[in-house]
Write a protein that binds this ligand. Structure first.
Ligand code: XCC
Ligand code: SF4
Length: 664
């Protein structure tokens, strides 16, 4: 029964346990509450008090006369605005933290990546020559903050896109002016009695989404790298088995690394560890859920115990002393659930309170001190722990692939560039590249589509980059480890073995989808693969999306020229005209298109078709899976395995056997 709900054995076993304890989780609530069929397809408008109007029959209009096209487009645009707002407000908070650090008001925060600071300063046109680091940091923070309130012109990071892309944006009138302005404008545009043409509403939605991808999110990623270091590959572990039986379990959940980085420092404080021991624990074990976890995983290798749909089940283990949440993707259900266990739930952000949870106001000027107070609350709670049920599942992964690192990994220090990646695509060793991102959704089988789509793509020699809950999913099934090269097609496998990377690269949290834009932009400008992101044999996926942020991400992927496929249901299904517009209409005007395809098999088929079409348009050789794969470490590995197994190995005969081709 639970197998229909999740493919994660840890989550499945905890679901069984919940059942025996009479605990309801999102999985049960999704079953009990059927989705509203009118709202689900974008047929309901409640933008004014004459409604809500339900446009369900052909020709129906709202009281104000709004058509189903207008209503579907307005609902979609408002999702984009909410998603862009969430990412961008996160970005703003990062800029404010940088400013506070630079002005000496947040002494616990340092500039950990000075090179990145200088690089970002140059992009933001902040002078650097002969200036103190903190002076530059202050100006960078202020220049970033200006991007939010900018009223005219274009947001500055648009220049990071290929020239041709910038021209497309200008021609289509979707170059964002300022981050906040675009969000506000959608809210205005979709107010009753305002813009009532689906095309113009949806073009504005593109502009707003672009202000997220190339604005709020990109700034957020950059500033986070400046403050906490740009990620480099590191090994880590994932899934519920990383909860500890004999240490104080502290879990960070949400999105902002500002607090979790301090919690990490606090749990490593020898005084804190001693204190934990005084309470009978062996030590303190920090783990994470969702994107706060991705942030600390990418930079410090902090273990992740699960993604969005794992959050309640983590509590059901009975092993968590303290769950610290900040912003976004935190289920309100955690508060009543925590009451059933000894777990303490602490909210920390002025943006996100939960009734029934304890709130500790996080003040950056006393960051580490507050973090220690919070950690102490967890330690004090350890003696209250009762029976625990910690699943054993653990998987290994390599995370930490910033675009800077990909650049370096492929070309080395002297010739770091995207040239080798482009060459691999040109030769057909790689068929193309894909970004697989986004959430879990209680209405679809947990992790199933992430795993299926990712595995199929690498099998077909498509290099995959991942973020968010999708990346956590892939990690749980071993797809983020270098050993996963064995699931990859022959060309991709050779690259993985040569460079030493997994076939699926974890590039970070949800805001780090901006890294994917940078990677694509660099591929498009490197040469040989056209001149625009829209020319690349590339696709985007959000197979199990649920959040408004995911809609904004998908829309800025499309706005950047990508064919993007979202799973689960289409929120604009009530209007085939709108569905056509976000697909064919957007493709005509902007080069990218958005489709909702619930069946993962069909999604992969259409993605590969698209990749092949783009290859053909570039005049590249047709993808041929038999051309590559005759080299690689598997020969040596097989040889060593045979030796270890004590089988007689004759190098020459072994070689002749092995040369018949890859037995897989
Ligand atoms: Fe949230 Fe970022 Fe979605 Fe996961 S993937 S459920 S948004 S945590 Ni962004
Ligand atoms: Fe109905 Fe129009 Fe009001 Fe929407 S804006 S609720 S369609 S009257």
């Amino acid at each position: 029964m639970t197998e229909n709900k999740t493919i994660d054995p840890a989550v499945a076993s905890l679901l069984e346990l919940s059942k025996t304890k009479g605990i309801s989780t999102a999985f049960d609530r999704a079953e009990a509450m059927k989705p509203c069929p009118i709202g689900a397809k974008g047929a309901c408008c409640k933008n004014c008090a004459m409604g809500p109007c339900r446009l369900v029959k052909e020709g129906d209009r709202g009281i104000c006369g709004a058509t189903k096209e207008t209503v579907a487009a307005r609902n979609f645009a408002r999702m984009v605005a909410a998603g862009a707002a969430a990412h961008s407000d996160h970005g703003r908070d990062m800029a404010l933290t940088l400013l506070a650090a630079a002005e000496g008001e947040a002494p616990d925060y340092k500039i950990r990546d000075v090179n990145k600071l200088l690089e970002v300063a140059e992009l933001l046109e902040v002078p650097t020559k002969g200036r103190e680091t903190m002076e530059i940091a202050r100006d960078v923070a202020e220049a970033a903050l200006d991007q939010f309130g900018q009223q005219k012109g274009e947001i500055i990071y648009l220049k990071r896109a290929p020239k041709k892309r910038q021209e497309v944006w200008r021609r289509a009138g979707v170059a964002p002016r300022g981050i906040d302005r675009e969000v506000v404008e959608i809210m205005h545009r979709t107010h009753v009695g305002n813009d009532q043409w689906y095309e113009s509403i949806l073009m504005s939605a593109l502009r707003t989404a672009l202000s997220d991808g190339w604005g709020g999110s990109m700034l957020s990623t950059d500033i986070t790298d400046i403050l906490f270091g740009s990620p480099v590959p590191l090994t880590a572990k994932v899934n519920m088995g990383m909860l500890s039986e004999d240490e104080v379990n502290i879990v960070v959940h949400g999105h902002e690394p500002v607090l979790s980085e301090m919690i990490l420092a606090a749990v490593n404080d020898p005084e804190m560890i001693e204190y934990a021991k005084s309470k009978g624990a062996k030590g303190i074990n920090l783990t994470g859920i969702c994107c706060t976890a991705n942030e600390t995983l990418m930079r410090q290798g902090v273990p992740t115990i699960g993604n969005f749909l794992s959050q309640e089940l983590a509590m059901v283990t009975g092993a968590i002393e303290l769950m610290i949440v900040d912003i976004q993707c935190i289920m309100q259900a955690l508060a009543p659930l925590a009451d059933k266990f000894h777990t303490k739930l602490i909210t920390t952000s002025p943006h996100a309170y939960i009734e029934g949870a304890e709130h500790v106001d996080f003040d950056e000027s006393r960051a580490l001190e507050i973090a220690k107070e919070i950690v102490k609350m967890g330690i004090d709670n350890f003696p209250n722990r009762k029976e625990t049920h910690i699943p054993k599942e653990i998987n290994h992964l390599v995370a930490g692939f910033s675009h800077e690192y990909i650049n370096y990994a492929l070309g080395g220090f002297y010739r770091g560039s995207f040239r080798p990646l482009n060459d691999a695509v040109i030769q057909g060793r790689l068929r193309g590249v894909a970004g697989v991102v986004g959430c879990n959704n209680a209405r679809t089988r947990h992790d199933y589509s992430h795993e299926y789509i990712t595995r199929k793509l690498i099998e077909n020699d498509v290099l995959v980059v991942m973020t968010g809950c999708g990346a956590i999913a892939a990690a749980k099934y071993g797809l983020l480890s270098p050993e996963a090269a064995k699931y990859a097609g022959p060309g991709l496998r050779e690259i993985c073995e040569t460079v030493g990377i997994p076939p699926v690269l974890h590039v970070g949290s949800c805001v780090d989808n901006a890294r994917i834009l940078t990677i694509l932009s660099q591929m498009a400008t490197e040469g040989g693969l056209g001149e625009d992101i829209a020319d690349l044999p590339a696709v985007g996926f959000a197979p199990e999306w649920m959040s408004e942020k995911a809609i904004s991400i998908a829309t800025y992927f499309v706005g950047s020229g990508l064919y993007t496929i979202m799973g689960s249901k289409s929120p604009v299904a009530n209007s085939p005209t709108v569905e056509r517009f976000i697909s064919e209409g957007w493709e005509e005007r902007i080069g990218g298109k958005l489709e909702f395809i619930a069946d993962p098999e069909e999604a992969v088929r259409k993605a590969l078709e698209h990749i092949d079409k783009k290859r053909a348009a570039l005049g590249l050789a047709e993808y041929d899976p038999t051309r590559f794969g005759q080299s690689g470490d598997w020969l040596m590995r097989q040889f060593i395995e045979a030796m270890e197994a004590g089988k007689p190995v004759n190098v020459y005969s072994a070689k002749s056997v092995l040369c018949e081709g890859n037995p897989r």
